[in-house]
Design a protein around this ligand. Structure first.
Ligand code: NAD
Length: 505
């Protein structure tokens, strides 16, 4: 007896529900139920015959009865008919019974698949039917984009979700799994098929991370090469990108190649930018290895490089195919880098998830839980605001103050430390504006001390303010800063006076 909840695959005809369902069921060692096939065998006729002899209403009634029946069972992989869960009540019934995923495909894919299988009823006016059902499909809790993926890869993605992977929805109606766990790097080769790593893979890493993790990973994958870049923000530029393009061409990388970014945020941003632009875009898998890149930069799709004139001035949005977070790699991370990542974790705790502020979580033993909680905050924000037009700005809590510190000190202060000081300044500003009280400011100071992060710096306020006022987000000299409305909630305030800001500097 399998007590796991059901996995229900729904979606329009031709999106691969049955093929993917069969592979998934084999993979998870579960029973597979194809609703259409079961209805046919029970009725003793094909679905076109049911439509012809008894009419569509009768077919829907059979489907409805079967939905109720299957929802009472456990541990199944179910492929529904394309119209079975359009009705709110049917959808809710299945959602109560397990994980409901909608498979989506491009119109070109659907057309091609229907052409192979012309006997389906309703296939004739399929484009209008798809439009009519689109809003109902959009209500399914998980959206899986199938175009460009093999059924094995789609099944692998869903299997990862079943094992507790997180999932980030993207604006194109798809999304990607974020797999968080221990020892994942050692198991990647065994899962290469389902993770999109079975074909030609090029791993991009740097001179520090490559000997630790990338070289062994490349040896275990069936068809992989490695490109090693210099370490450090100073190399996150177009020269390095150009070098990676050259290497890719030498390695014969084509549009079917998958790029794996294995490293901290610098590698993720840079390799991500290469994946967004090489041959107009190739597949990207992010394997972040610093705490910061795990909880922040690997999720959300922002990629890019620096120019001599400023950081991250060249970039793109490139959603990864998956993000694989093996928290075991944090064992080799220098403590200073751990602390810098913790500044972002604290930020996520303050703006959305106060449970992250529990000191019991701030250690390697609990890294998996810590990362899961913190990355979920990032997912929640980027799903609502993928292109940074609204609440994504909340992720900048403390960053305008922090970026200015980096600028004035000519990057002598590490980013995470600058952010920590910035968060304290933002908290003091929030207190001055009457949003939060002294005790929360004190609490934040204590958190930073416990982690070993600084809370202040001796800088000339005039220079500090001047550096802040060049922030990209300030419009025509009008200030724009993120403050705390209360613990777990941030807001953007605009148009504060220089005096109000300098009072906390
Ligand atoms: N795209 C985004 O949304 C986003 C968000 C935040 C930050 N960023 C970018 O991220 C970058 C900063 O990322 P970072 O803090 O990860 O810095 P980083 O990539 O420079 O890594 C820090 C150092 O740790 C080393 N390292 C990485 N993993 C290691 C491991 N497991 N063991 C030992 N050493 C390891 C690196 O080689 C490097 O020396 C910046 O360029 C920033 O602009 C991007």
């Amino acid at each position: 007896m399998n007590f796991a909840t059901n996995i229900v695959l729904t979606g329009f005809m031709g999106t691969g529900k049955t093929t993917v369902g069969q592979i998934l069921a084999r993979k998870l060692n579960r029973e597979f139920v194809d609703m259409d096939a079961l209805i046919e065998s029970r009725a003793g006729m094909t679905i076109p015959q049911i439509f012809e002899r008894r009419g569509e209403d009768e077919f829907r009634a059979l489907e409805r009865r079967l939905v109720y029946e299957l929802a009472l069972r456990n541990g199944l992989v179910i492929a529904t008919g394309g119209g079975a869960l359009i009705d709110d009540d049917m959808r809710e019934t299945m959602v109560q019974s397990g994980m409901v995923l909608c498979l989506n495909a491009s119109k070109a894919d659907i057309r091609a698949r229907l052409a192979e299988n012309a006997h389906r009823p309703l296939a004739a006016g399929w484009e209008r039917l798809l439009e009519a059902r689109a809003s109902a499909y959009a209500k399914m809790p998980y959206q899986i984009q199938t175009t460009g993926k093999t059924p094995e890869e789609i099944a692998g993605e869903i299997a990862a979700l079943d094992r507790g992977a997180l999932y980030a929805h993207t604006p194109d109606g798809g999304g990607y799994p974020i797999i968080v766990g221990r020892g994942l790097l050692d198991r990647l080769a065994a899962e290469a098929d389902s993770l999109g790593l079975a074909g030609h893979v090029v791993v991009v890493s740097n001179e520090t991370v490559a000997p630790l993790y990338a070289e062994s990973l490349v040896r275990t994958l069936p068809n992989a090469n490695l490109i090693i870049t210099r370490d450090g923000e100073a190399h996150k530029n177009l020269d390095t990108v150009r070098g990676i393009y050259d290497e890719l061409l030498k390695l014969g990388a084509d549009r079917g190649t998958t790029l794996v970014a294995l490293g901290g945020g610098v590698i993720g941003d840079m390799a991500g930018f290469v994946a967004a632009s090489y041959m107009r875009g190739i597949s990207l898998v992010q394997i972040p290895t610093t705490l910061l890149s795990m909880v922040d930069s690997s999720v959300g799709g922002k990629v890019g490089v620096d120019l001599p004139q400023g950081k991250n001035l060249i970039g793109a949005f490139k959603q990864p195919r998956s993000v694989i977070i093996d928290t075991d790699v944090l064992h080799t991370l220098p403590p200073s880098q751990w602390r810098c990542g913790m500044a972002e974790v604290v930020k996520h705790g303050l703006i959305a998830r106060p449970s992250l502020l529990d000191p019991d979580l701030w250690n390697l033993e609990n890294a998996e839980r810590l990362v899961r909680g913190a990355v979920q905050v990032k997912i929640d924000v980027v799903e609502v605001d993928p292109y940074e037009r609204g609440i994504r700005a909340h992720l900048n809590l403390g960053h305008t103050f922090g970026h200015a510190i980096e600028k004035v000190t000519e990057y002598a202060i590490p980013h995470g430390e600058a952010v920590a000081i910035g968060i304290v300044k933002a908290a003091r500003l929030s207190r001055n504006l009457g949003f939060i009280n002294d005790s929360l400011v004190e609490h934040i100071l204590k958190i930073m001390w416990q982690i070993g992060l600084p809370t202040d710096i001796a800088l000339d306020p005039e220079r500090w303010y001047a550096a802040m006022s060049t922030d990209k987000k300030w419009k025509a000299g009008r200030s724009r800063l993120v403050v705390l409305k209360k613990l777990g909630e941030a807001a953007v305030v605009e148009g504060l006076s220089k005096e109000e800001i300098c009072a906390v500097l």
